[in-house]
Design a protein around this ligand. Structure first.
Ligand SMILES: [Zn+2]
Length: 69
């Protein structure tokens, strides 16, 4: 067992959920983290939709008060 090049870190990336180092061709360290990120993305998408809907409601309200005036 040789330890040559122990200061050289092989090319790697980090899990986007827990930050563990993983091979470059992977995005997550485990299925658990992959599912966790999908869950977060799904929640974000829902939040974005709620935000867009409330934004439209506010715009419609503003336009309608402007038109009524
Ligand atoms: Zn992870």
């Amino acid at each position: 067992m040789s330890t040559k090049g122990k200061s050289r870190i092989p090319p790697h990336t980090h899990c986007r959920v827990c930050g563990r180092s993983i091979p470059l061709n992977k995005e997550h360290c485990s299925n658990e983290c992959r599912e966790k990120e999908l869950d977060i993305q799904k929640r974000n998408k829902r939040m974005n939709r709620i935000f867009m809907v409330s934004l439209v409601i506010v715009i419609v309200l503003m336009v309608s008060t402007f038109l009524i005036r």
